[in-house]
Design a protein around this ligand. Structure first.
Ligand code: ZN
Length: 624
């Protein structure tokens, strides 16, 4: 996760509270001056290119100044939760949201202005498309949208399912879905969570769709889905087609994994629970949403080949690693590529471990507080293999943030939203057994032999490959709901149709149109776009392969580590330094030489596994 002081972070949540602030605040005075400028503009029927440039310059300066103080409030709140810091964070959050709403609608006034230079046009589009949900100008609409958004999120947060009839929080259910191997209990957890959490949201979600669509239309988009797809430097429909193309490239691998996993579940639970053909029962995959399957690796692990041969957690513990040493090891990876060391303030100001004396948010994130080099991570790092990978992931955000810090404020972002999440994962893919030997964590004579690769790749695929159709369908669903292709009377059927079509899974119990199963996934009630996660899964392999090619790697792709290669570092930096200043194909080309996103590298990475899966699945009827 990335937290940067960029406009895309200004998600719509509180736009209703426009009259509750004191005008003694300098940030608000600046905003008022802009309001007056905008009013003057509104009186002018045909805005000019000069006015557009002046508007963009003023907006960019205002947002840049505001982002620094706002980030500080958010940081203090996340690392020291009290009533007071909650109030401060919410105060600045509200102002930020209002600025986002206001700038989007003002930017839309320049939609038809001709003769704009490249940067003015691009920055206007960034301002206009920076909201997640837009409210129309009609009286009361923003307040209603805000009320509904808040209610949806609190319904999710307060939601309870049951285990053995006992009410249980979402967090506890999520954990238990990963470890329980009792099909009756899994079915109860899945069904109670989806029914209890989803159902009450249904009417609200229909209304949210109506209001937000009108808001998107007012900004010049066909609907909210088209607005979300506008951030990818191509027409909205072309982008939808691009995601289909990418899915088509990786689907054969998913189909093999699905087939193999289904057979293992059938063997474990018998045909009365999981039939040998057809879709997989959604609650048997170790995750409430069947989005990553790594939790049931024990069920699918092949004998012998399933034993990976070492355990990163054990290595870290036996070498007496501390959380800070893990972070310094991650930093060392980037230094080996030629990136400058992290500033001293990184170690002074980051939250690397959980403080003992106060409440904090432990969810890992990476920050850039001054849009220059006040980089920090916020984690509650534990000495284990998962956090070893997470540290590399978060540092990827930090190095991206610093690489583009010479760009103007509105370009302080990834080339598209998939890029930012992919960078750290690209580095994490390079944490191979060979890399662990190079860092001294793994003894050279303990390096696993090639016959362990199947286990390593299968464990990776259970998370990274299993996620692909889920990562895609969350927004396929919402694009359909926003465009009206999925009717308000068929909201649940539309969801389960996509789950069957893409993931090949079915609910464990009958569902009806009284239900709203999509509401049981956080990102739906919270209105967080999701395609970025699908793109990041694809892109990280494409970046990784480009780096390995540049490093001259000739072996099987999954064994490559580009640790220590300065040329890779230079090429990577050339992409990162562009920030969001150019269309993403330019950034992709700067590093990989290609202007096309492609699933080919992911297929190459998993090729030995795919061949192995095909052998295992021989004679079975795959598909559903
Ligand atoms: Zn991230």
């Amino acid at each position: 996760m990335k937290t940067a002081a960029s406009l895309t972070a200004l998600v719509f949540a509180l736009a209703a509270c426009t009259t509750t602030r004191s005008n003694s605040d300098p940030a608000i005075k600046a905003a008022d001056a802009l309001d007056r400028a905008a009013d003057a503009l509104a009186a002018n029927a045909a805005p000019t290119a000069d006015e557009a440039r002046a508007f963009v310059a003023a907006a960019e300066k205002d947002l840049a100044d505001f982002s620094v103080i706002s980030s500080r409030a958010q940081w203090v709140n996340a690392t020291y939760i009290t009533d007071d810091t909650d109030a401060l964070a919410s105060y600045f959050g509200t102002i930020g949201t209002e600025k986002g709403v206001s700038y989007a609608s003002r930017a839309a006034r320049f939609n038809d202005v001709a003769g704009l230079d490249y940067d003015t046009r691009r920055k206007l589009d960034i301002l206009r498309g920076g909201l997640t949900l837009a409210a129309p100008q009609t009286p009361g609409a923003a307040a209603e949208l805000n009320t509904i958004s808040t209610r949806l999120q609190s319904t999710y947060g307060k939601g309870r399912g049951t285990v053995g009839g006992k009410p249980t929080t979402g967090n506890d259910l999520e954990e238990r879905m990963g470890t329980s191997r009792n099909p009756a209990e899994l079915k109860e957890m899945w069904t109670s969570w989806h029914t209890n959490v989803g159902r009450p949201m249904r009417a609200d979600y229909v209304r949210l769709t109506e209001i937000a669509n009108q808001g998107a239309k007012d900004l010049g988009y066909a609907d909210t889905g088209a607005m979300w797809r506008s951030g990818y430097d191509m027409p909205a429909d072309e982008f939808a087609a691009l995601t289909d193309k990418l899915w088509g490239e990786v689907k054969p691998l998913y189909d093999q994994l699905h087939c193999f996993t289904r057979a293992k579940l059938n063997a474990k639970y018998s045909s009365s629970v999981q039939p040998a053909t057809g879709p997989i029962r959604a609650d048997l995959l170790g995750n409430m949403w069947a989005q990553e399957w790594g939790n049931i690796y024990d069920i699918v692990a092949p004998k012998g080949a399933g034993d990976i041969g070492f355990d990163t957690t054990d290595l870290l513990v036996s070498k007496k690693y501390t959380p800070e040493k893990i972070v310094r090891t991650g930093e060392n990876f980037f230094s080996s590529l030629g990136f400058a060391p992290l500033p001293a303030t990184f170690y002074q100001r980051s939250q690397i471990t959980a403080p003992r004396d106060r409440e904090v948010i432990c969810h890992a994130s990476a920050w850039d507080l001054d849009n220059k080099d006040d980089l920090r991570i916020k984690m509650c790092t534990k000495v284990n293999g998962d956090d070893f990978v997470t540290v590399h992931h978060e540092l990827g955000h930090n190095y991206y943030q610093r690489a583009y810090n010479a760009q103007p404020y509105l370009y302080l972002n990834g080339a598209n939203d998939g890029f930012h999440e992919a960078i750290g994962d690209t580095i994490a893919l390079s944490i191979t057994p060979d890399y662990l030997v190079q860092t001294g964590l793994l003894a050279k004579n303990k390096l696993p032999s090639a016959d362990k690769d199947t286990g390593l790749l299968l464990r990776q695929a259970m998370d990274k490959v299993a996620f692909l159709p889920f990562g895609l369908l969350i927004d396929k669903y919402r694009w359909g709901v926003f465009s009206g292709r999925i009717a308000p009377t068929a909201l649940n059927q539309g969801w389960n149709d996509l789950r069957l079509q893409y993931q090949g899974i079915v609910p464990p119990t009958p569902r009806t149109e009284a239900d709203f199963d999509p509401g049981a996934k956080y990102h739906i009630p919270a209105s967080v776009p999701y395609t970025r996660y699908f793109l990041a899964r694809i892109l990280q392999f494409q970046f990784y392969k480009a780096a390995c090619d540049q490093a001259g790697w000739k072996g099987p792709l999954h064994r490559c580590s580009f640790y220590g290669n300065k040329e890779v570092g230079q090429r990577l930096n050339a992409m990162l330094a562009l920030g969001a200043s150019k269309p993403w194909p330019d950034a992709l080309e700067a590093f990989t030489g290609s202007r096309e996103m492609s699933g080919a590298a992911m297929i190459e990475y998993f090729r030995p596994l795919q061949a192995w899966l095909q052998q295992q699945n021989a004679g079975k009827r795959c598909g559903w």
